[in-house]
Ligand binder design. Sequence first.
Ligand code: MN
Length: 579
Amino acid sequence: MVLAELLVARGIASPSQAYAFLNPDLAHLNDPFLMLGMAAAVERLEQAIANHEPTLLYGDYDVDGTTAVVLLKTAIEMLGGIARFHVPHRLREGYGLQSSVLEAAYADGVRLVITVDTGMRAFAEAETARQLGLDLIITDHHLTQADDAVPHALAILNPNQPGCPYPEKSLCGAAIALKLAQAVLERRDTARTRDKTLPSFLKMAAIATIADAVPLRGENRVIAALGLRELRKPVGVGLRALFAAAALDPAAKQLTGFDVAFRLAPRINAAGRMDVASEVVELFSTRDPARAAELAAKLERLNRERRDTEASALTAIETLLETDSGLFSDRLLVVDGQGWHRGVIGILASRVVERTAKPAIVVSVEDGVAHGSGRSVDGFQLLNAIESCADLFTRFGGHAFAIGFAMPATALPDLKRRLRLYAEEHLAAREPEHLLRIHAELPLDRITPVLAGWLRKLEPLGHGNPEPIFVARNVRLLAPPRIMKDRHIRLELAQQSMAQQAAQNPPREPVLAGSSSAIRAIGWNLAARAASLQLDRGSLIDLAYRIRENTHPDFGGLEVEIAGMRVSQEDPQRTEAHG
Ligand SMILES: [Mn+2]
């Protein structure tokens, strides 16, 4: 059946794996003590809590980093400890641990610093901590540098470090913070942690897991699925205010991974991109509804600002892509501009990847310094590409699919030349693939509410667990395409059975509208495509599509959203033969 086919495509081959995938459960979370360094980290943190020693949490400014701070801060305070936090200002301080902050914290009486979502390459800063007499615990998911060296710290929690036996390698930063919280909480009160505390902590970890685009399989799927379930009944004033600002009612409809990725996460990220990320931590920590509403409104404003900034830079990039044909033919794109807001260059890189299906790096040049952010495509390790140019950067880091760096602007031509050579060598065997990946064959007459119900069990969808795209061949248009707002189309379709096709071949007569197998389809931005295919009543097409549930009170029901279409081959027998 279709669901089994989709599961196998996700690497889930046995019935027990399939059961676990479809029924995520707290019991599927791994033992935190499987992580290298966990015992030492827990022991030191427990000591700090017992002695009422202030612990400084040092996070990154994105969704992952700020939610990780919130998680550990909440856990430490629940256990009676004292937590302080520092989230660097993206533009003033930049990415990563800063020695000056460690020095100030030490002067302020702090003796324990825990990093979240950062620190894996903070060699010099770890040395500063050691010399000061600060205990440093690094929790991070970013990859180690090429020689596998790790900073000198009291403990490092990172499943990607050499020698760590932890089975789930693709946790996000907040999920690693969650594992540390889980370990200290379980040691205090196992039953209460399992029944009450952990489920509520999963909310924050789920937002980060979905936003950080780690693959939603294995433990990540458990975190995302159970966290989403908890997010549907928010109790904290911060989350409630954020939902209200985003005009999301988590209780009214099934909150999906899509809502988190495209409605919640951008608002949380906007703080770090445009201004001060520490306000996110305050939003999720405050108990004052008025203050929460104020902070959520600010995030809303920053997110609008971010969108405007992004839109204008994207226009400039599109002009570059259209006018510079040399640029467009590259296997890997590096586009640069003056003064693009550094808070949005990562999003811009994602947009370029979406449009071109090539790895892309967007560089903003300001005062002689070039800041870059890159995103990759499946099968190309962008971090390796960047590492091959390590000598050009003042700082750089990231993971396989997302990187960031800073360098003198004068070195940009060198970077472009060397990356072009690198890409020619490493991307040579790969033709740019078609963007659309078909997951299963599903004739339109096999779409049923029961199947749609099963497909909902694949939620949350996202990175590593994509929404299924189906293909249906030999589909008849029952009416001419209806154009909406000049750009979109609506089609009235019926699946042709092989028998019908044989009987009607030739000549073919359109099946009557209103037959029981008629199904509605929507095609966003496909009006031009429909015109070029000369679609009309009676046309026979092949469709790539997603299944949609339209909740409109008048036109409710299952429909399909067209991802791609072409005119069917003339002779259905031959189409079959060609598979
Ligand atoms: Mn992260």
